[in-house]
Design a protein around this ligand. Structure first.
Ligand SMILES: Cc1ncc(COP(=O)(O)O)c(C=O)c1O
Length: 355
């Protein structure tokens, strides 16, 4: 009764590696790369106002949202497809641009949903391990040779670093479909590639409201590509996948750019604080271009399980990366939180050192 490909996924135990979660308010949640400040009140009010109309179907094409996004990123609304989180756009990109059996390059470690989108749409992932967690175009180009497409996180989750512009151009010049996931671009020093859409018809850029705009719980993201691909994405999208509340929330969020600027400034400062402290405490850390840090606690005599368990008992949740293909069992990922959350984390780790 179940398709061969989904049966194989079940037999392999392949599923999205969920972060340890808790609805407890006192918990310090540094495990999901969310905006630790939550959405501003203007956004909450827009959601409350729209709540009265949830008896009616949403506007199917999210046209108002597209116009607001167009204003934000400077791209024609017809080159934008809005979806139920960027997760949905990943899935639509597989459906709209690939055929069953097509091979897709996935550099690892990376966001697990790329693999799941491919597998559930009958594509075949080809994993290439990042050499020392660094982005070198050479091995990726090799992996692309017999692939139809590639998923590239920029910045990449969980490593936090990014392939540079030159390397990205090399990948795009192959003519293969390059899906660049910019979920964390608002926290990055690197600029978005949405402007490159005019030059590269094989480029699809994924963006989201879940991270910098603090809307992870309401589910809205978008893809940017040339008109032909955008129309194809729309064609395979379920008509009402973006609900009324999400549409209004995104429009309101795009009007609160001061909130975005403040969030960004604080996250930059707090990331620096965490990087310095973690390094001083003996962690190996990777340079980060995002709102999270990939760190290795082995110099402290602990592996990822040990430190995650210890912190969880103290009410602090971070991410154990052992569920991420290609990350091994020694790495953790820490999302940058609010100042008091970061201090709490550092204090708890200092206690380990004190024995
Ligand atoms: C790299 C990356 N892309 C996309 C997403 C998911 O975004 P959305 O909430 O828009 O589906 C995540 C979520 O953690 C992510 O880490």
């Amino acid at each position: 009764m179940i398709s061969k490909r989904v049966r194989e996924m079940i037999e392999e135990g392949l599923s999205y590696p969920l972060a340890e979660s808790s609805e407890e308010k006192e918990f310090t949640k540094l495990c999901s790369n969310e905006n630790p400040f939550g959405p501003p009140s203007k956004v909450i009010n827009a959601i409350k106002e729209e709540a009265e109309r949830i008896g009616e179907y949403p506007e199917s094409s999210s046209i108002e949202v597209k116009e607001a996004i167009s204003d934000y990123i400077g791209v024609n609304p017809l080159q934008i497809c809005v979806g139920n989180g960027s997760d949905e756009i990943m899935d639509l990109a597989c459906k709209a641009t690939m055929n069953p059996g097509d091979q897709v390059l996935i550099p690892i470690p990376t966001f697990s949903q790329y693999e799941l989108s491919c597998r559930s749409n009958a594509m075949v992932p080809k994993f290439v391990e990042l050499d020392n967690y660094r982005w070198e175009a050479e091995s990726l180009l090799e992996g692309l040779k017999d692939s139809k497409a590639a998923f590239i996180g920029r910045p990449n989750n969980p490593t936090g670093n990014s392939i540079n512009n030159e390397g990205t151009k090399e990948l795009l010049s192959t003519g293969k479909i390059i899906i660049v996931d910019e979920a964390y671009v608002e926290f990055s020093e690197k600029t978005s590639l949405v402007d490159w859409i005019e030059d590269y018809e094989n480029l699809i850029v994924l963006r989201t409201f879940s991270k910098a705009f603090a809307l992870a719980g309401i589910r809205i993201g978008y893809g940017v590509a040339n008109r032909e691909i955008s129309e194809a994405l729309e064609r395979v999208r379920p008509p009402f996948s973006v609900n009324r509340l999400a549409q209004k929330a995104a429009i309101a969020a795009l009007k609160t750019r001061d909130f975005l600027d403040r969030t960004r400034d604080t996250i930059f400062k707090e990331k620096e604080y965490l990087q310095k402290k973690l390094e001083k405490l003996g962690f190996e850390i990777l340079p980060s271009d995002a709102n999270f840090i990939m760190a290795n606690p082995t110099p402290l005599g602990m592996d990822a399980f040990d430190i995650c368990n210890y912190l969880s008992k103290q009410g602090i949740l971070i991410r154990n990366l052992s569920g991420f293909r290609g990350a091994g069992s020694n790495w953790i990922r820490i999302s940058v939180g609010r100042p008091e959350q970061n201090k709490r984390l550092i204090k708890a780790i200092e206690k380990i050192k004190e024995g």
